[in-house]
Design a protein around this ligand. Structure first.
Ligand code: F0G
Length: 463
């Protein structure tokens, strides 16, 4: 069947001007930023594909919601709208707002994890794993092997490997596993979804062992869209219905609303258990704010409640993922090595395949992201050895199989022409890939080093 073009289900009412810089200016900017795209000034960026977090364009309705903020310290009307939106779209009975996703991770980790516990998950996420470790736990990867292979075209690379889970239980015992953490559309695997079949099997497995399922639902709508498109039996279900079905299979959730739900700031913790809710309410006051605002302004809770509704619309999701597929197809047909299949929020470049002359201890993905910026003014992000950090026991660099540069597409922000420029720029960098030099740290932060680490180019012939 001929593939029909997708088009955005909105029109543009306001624009933000961006400027193009010269290559010389960008060369100076990247040196000043220590070859870390997180340390560039946004003003010096032409097309910003650093992240999809907090950078989406809100709708006129969301902006109208901002004007309806009830900024009462306690019991804001907007909190109740948010709670109702969470319950009706995501099925969780209780909602605790937090300033963003990691605020929710902190509270949940402190409540559920004891020293010496193990936390299986379908691949790590940087902040999630750090909160688990700070609470005394150890993360264990239980995603299927295909997720670590950029060339595998498995349609659900976010699926759980039950042999890995069984092995863990046999080794440490179920009482050392408070919950399994399941991310929908696994960020670090390339925005890859988990199937409902795998999640249903996990529900049975967890019930058998008396273990909870915690859902990192940051990109649940994108996951639901892939289920609709790829999983047998879901073509006639709506994204909204599938989102509900996913959430109903889990016990609690942490959410960074800055992604799917298209707000600039915000998140929450949600759950069905009344006792856990009570405990979360006690702790949220310590770290975030009273349980009816948890670090968010009333107006932001209103924008979020509206954003949740917009995020599960089929036409929105089709355009959202359609735009990413458009960029993916252009790069793939030009022979750029990519994570396959196309993910939900970003296109991931395989830096090892693009820069085979650089060993992993010279941070190929970090170097590639810097080179792309200098070439084009496009800002991307490293997702490889720098993000993986050091092993908490050995102190050695973790060497992930995936050494990636993420071109992350903000929701409702850029046009197809921006995607064309992006594709052309990546292809140009690929043609001169052998000129990209390796990097070494000049400053390495102790935790989450990718955010603030600084680098310089390695001299020829050195490590
Ligand atoms: N979980 C996932 C899967 C995420 O992608 C993020 C953030 C978080 C949790 C933490 O949420 O930022 O609101 O505190 N990811 C951003 C990114 C930073 O660029 O991928 P947060």
């Amino acid at each position: 069947m001929e593939k029909r073009s997708w088009a955005e289900p909105y029109k543009i009412k306001m624009v933000e001007l961006i400027k193009m810089t010269t290559k010389e200016e960008r060369q100076a900017a990247i040196i000043e930023a220590g070859y870390n795209t997180f340390l560039l000034k946004s003003e010096d960026v032409y097309i910003d594909l650093l992240t999809d977090s907090g950078v989406g364009a809100m709708s006129d309705r969301q902006w109208a919601g901002i004007m309806m903020g009830d900024e009462a310290y306690a019991g804001s009307r907007n909190f109740y709208h948010l709670r109702d939106a969470v319950e009706s779209h995501y099925s969780y009975r209780f909602t605790v707002p937090t300033h963003q996703g990691r605020g929710a991770e902190n509270i949940l980790s402190q409540l559920l994890i004891k020293e010496g516990d193990y936390l299986p998950g379908n691949m790590y996420f940087t902040t999630t794993r750090l909160h688990q470790e700070l609470a005394g736990g150890t993360f264990v990867d239980i995603i299927i092997d295909e997720a670590h292979d950029p060339n595998s075209t498995h349609p659900f690379k976010g699926n759980v490997d039950f042999i890995k889970l069984d092995n863990l239980v046999n080794e440490v015992g179920a009482d050392k596993i408070p919950y399994v953490c399941i991310a929908t559309c696994v960020n670090m695997a390339g925005g890859q979804p988990i199937s409902l079949a795998s999640l249903r099997e996990l529900r049975k497995w967890c019930d058998k062992h008396g273990i909870l399922i915690v859902h990192d639902m940051t990109r649940v709508a994108e996951n639901a869209y892939f289920i609709q498109q790829r999983e047998e039996g879901y073509r006639s279900k709506t994204v909204k219905e599938i989102v509900s079905e996913i959430c109903e299979l889990t016990d609690a959730a942490t959410m960074s609303s800055k992604k799917d739900a298209m707000v600039n700031i915000g998140g929450f913790l949600a759950m069905n258990d009344a006792r856990l809710y009570e405990q979360a309410c006690e702790l949220v006051v310590v770290y975030e704010g009273l349980h009816t605002y948890g670090g968010m302004a009333g107006r932001d809770m209103e924008a979020l409640a509206i954003g949740i509704t917009e995020s599960v619309q089929d036409d929105h999701m089709q355009a959202r993922v359609g735009q990413i597929e458009y960029l993916w197809d252009r790069l793939e047909s030009a022979g750029v090595p990519l994570v396959k299949p196309c993910g939900g929020h970003a296109v991931f470049l395989d830096a090892r395949a693009m820069l085979p002359h650089l060993p992993q201890n010279q941070f190929p993905a970090q170097a590639l992201a810097a080179a792309l910026y200098v070439e084009s003014g496009i800002r991307a992000m490293e997702r490889g050895v720098v993000s993986a950090g050091r092993d908490k026991n050995t102190g050695q660099n973790r060497l992930p199989k995936l050494e990636l540069v993420r071109l992350t597409i903000p929701r409702r922000v850029y046009t197809q022409a921006h995607m064309d420029v992006t594709a052309e720029s990546v292809i140009r960098v690929m043609k001169h890939a052998d000129e990209v030099k390796g990097l070494r740290f000049t400053y390495e932060p102790r935790m989450l080093r990718f955010f603030q680490g600084r680098f310089e180019e390695c001299l020829a012939g050195t490590e």
